[in-house]
Design a protein around this ligand. Structure first.
Ligand SMILES: *Cc1c(COP(=O)(O)O)cnc(C)c1O
Length: 241
């Protein structure tokens, strides 16, 4: 008896499968295949592995730490891609982040937004940003509380160099899928309210960055326009210290 042939699966194969699954989920939720972007969460992943994904056309990556963005930048520079910051940004890293990042998804204070705007002015550039919202209310999560969103939106859209492109959240860590989904529905409602508010500068805030390896399907069902996926593509990460 012969064993059936096995196809080797690596990150790129898993990404292609995921792309198909995400497209199917988008269609199932009344949208179009391709409407949901896949951001590769590349923390702890070595540049050669990231390069293989970029070369296969998966060109949107997210890093949590500015030091890691800087450390990998040279190794990725020759392959077209966009980099988002998806971890908390400390004020003293504002200058470094702007050298390498196309979008900061983790705006959580007017002060941070103002520092980014001033630095952009010096550099003569603009920056896409998202506001991070802590919809689950867990103490461990960064982001503003839902009731603080409107004030932060007003502060961000008043800044000439920042373009508010949407909202980001880290979902509730729970096996209770309906509770996780409720958080994603809350973020979608916040986005709808802000975009519909006619606040000048808020009309472009359409992105919903939500959903990770374990729960992206729930996030897509609730309207995610961008999911952030790491371990489902790259395998388990070493635990963070
Ligand atoms: C690591 C990380 C992800 C991806 O998590 P996985 O569960 O590995 O898919 C998404 N978003 C943020 C902010 C992360 O830090």
């Amino acid at each position: 008896m012969s064993t059936p042939p096995t196809t080797p699966t690596g990150p790129v194969e898993r990404l292609r499968t995921l792309r198909d699954q995400v497209d199917a989920a988008a269609v199932a939720s009344g949208r179009t295949a391709g409407d949901v972007q896949i951001l590769l969460a590349t923390k702890t992943i070595a540049p050669p592995v990231i390069r293989a994904a970029l070369a296969a056309g998966f060109d949107l990556i997210g890093e949590n730490r500015v030091q890691e963005v800087v450390a990998k930048a040279d190794d990725l520079a020759d392959l077209p891609h966009r980099t988002h910051l998806i971890g908390h940004l400390q004020s003293n890293k504002v200058n470094a982040v702007l050298d390498h990042v196309d979008c900061v998804q983790t705006i959580d204070s007017a002060g941070l937004a103002g520092r980014l705007d001033r630095r952009c002015e010096t550099l003569g550039r603009t920056l896409d940003v998202m506001i991070q919202v802590n919809v689950s209310g867990e103490d461990s999560k960064s982001g503003v509380a839902p009731h603080e969103v409107d004030d932060l939106v007003d502060a961000v859209v008043a800044l000439e160099r920042l373009r508010l492109v949407g909202f980001m959240t880290i979902g509730l860590r729970s096996d209770d899928r309906s509770a996780v989904r409720a958080g994603y529905a809350d973020l979608a409602a916040i986005r709808d309210r802000v975009v519909g508010s006619r606040t000048p500068g808020a009309a472009d805030a359409g992105h919903l960055s939500m959903g990770m390896s374990g729960d992206w399907a729930d996030a897509v069902a609730e309207g995610a326009t961008m999911i952030r996926v790491g371990s489902a593509v790259f395998g388990a990460r070493p635990p963070v210290a």
